[in-house]
Design a protein around this ligand. Structure first.
Ligand code: AMP
Length: 304
């Protein structure tokens, strides 16, 4: 089933305890769509870049079968740029620079062929633009998943709350859940946030896994222990791409299947963090992905 993805398509400069990169290609929609392309062949990308964005990376999207009709290329303008530095534990990070550039006045154009999308992934982006994308569709999608971050809570909280009313699933990290809800307990935070709109809430806890909340149901996916974590950038987006990708592939929105989707998201994120940028998301296959999903199953399986 078709999956519309919107979000930043960006240049990132990343500093981790293991090294740093100059401007490499990143952005929420980049990670989400590359990841989701392993689950469904009908990924439709909406985003904007400047004329500084490498054609080779646009070719990467195409080679993964991603529809880029909705990716605008603005002549004479610069792509979104983000510079982040990770703390020594690699879980926390500081944003050093955010240059919105083409994102500042981004008017998302939704091609006709995208307007009946069954699944929509609102990747990290100005909340108002996330909302505009939903308003420009022909019909209410089967499922809308939204990701956001503290940056937008700081500068666009009212818009963010408006957008939250229109989505089914919100994915944020634990620190952001506490900021958004004003509650320290994640259980209380989840209650407060779900009252803002989304029926489902996923709280990502970095290397410590992810929690899925819905009604009285709660599910915890562990984080996989990895030999090497090189760069956590994009882990959250890759998680989201695997989560919604699995749901779009199966068309099953039961809680049991949502649990599986959380594991697929976690497995894909575990590949992402092993290398800098999107490198590890370019050459996966079903066997490699399934082997990793099995590792998750083994890690937390036990009999009472
Ligand atoms: P993640 O590590 O999954 O939280 O996402 C990292 C990606 O988010 C990077 O590739 C950045 O380009 C992108 N990003 C950082 N800040 C923003 C922002 N304010 N709006 C949209 N995308 C952002």
């Amino acid at each position: 089933m078709s999956l519309l993805v919107v979000g930043s398509v960006a240049f990132d400069a990343i500093e981790t305890p293991f090294g740093s990169t100059d401007k490499i290609v990143g952005g929420a929609a980049t990670y989400i769509s590359l990841c989701a392309s392993y689950f469904t062949k009908d990924v439709q990308l909406v985003g904007v870049v400047g004329d500084d964005f490498p054609l080779a990376d646009i070719e990467h999207f195409k080679s993964r079968g991603i529809d880029i009709e909705g990716l605008q290329i603005k002549q004479g303008e610069k792509s979104f740029f983000w510079h982040g530095r990770y703390h020594n534990d690699m879980n926390g990070r500081d944003t050093l620079v955010t240059e919105l550039n083409v994102l500042a006045d981004f008017d998302p154009i939704i091609p006709e062929s995208y307007k009946n999308a069954d699944y929509v992934m609102l990747g990290n982006l100005t909340p108002k633009i996330q909302q505009t994308v939903l308003e420009r569709l022909n019909k209410r999608p089967k499922l809308v998943v939204m990701d956001t971050m503290n940056f937008w809570m700081d500068i666009a909280l009212d818009d963010l709350k408006q957008t939250l009313k229109m989505v089914d699933v919100l994915t944020i990290n634990d620190e952001e859940a506490r900021q958004l809800s004003g509650e320290h307990s994640l259980l209380k935070a989840a209650r407060v946030i779900r009252a803002m709109g989304p029926q489902y809430l996923i709280i990502k806890k970095g290397e410590h896994g992810a929690l899925l909340f819905h009604g009285e149901n709660l599910f915890f996916a562990p984080g996989l222990l990895l030999e090497q974590v090189t760069d956590p950038t994009g882990a959250g987006d890759t998680f989201a791409g695997g989560f919604i990708g699995h749901l779009a592939k199966t068309g099953d929105l039961s809680f049991e299947n949502m649990k599986r989707a959380v594991i697929y998201g976690s497995a894909m994120a575990s590949f992402c963090v092993e290398k800098f940028g999107t490198e590890n998301l370019l050459n996966l296959n079903q066997d490699i992905i399934m082997a990793r999903v099995q590792e998750f199953s083994k890690l937390s399986h036990f009999q009472i």
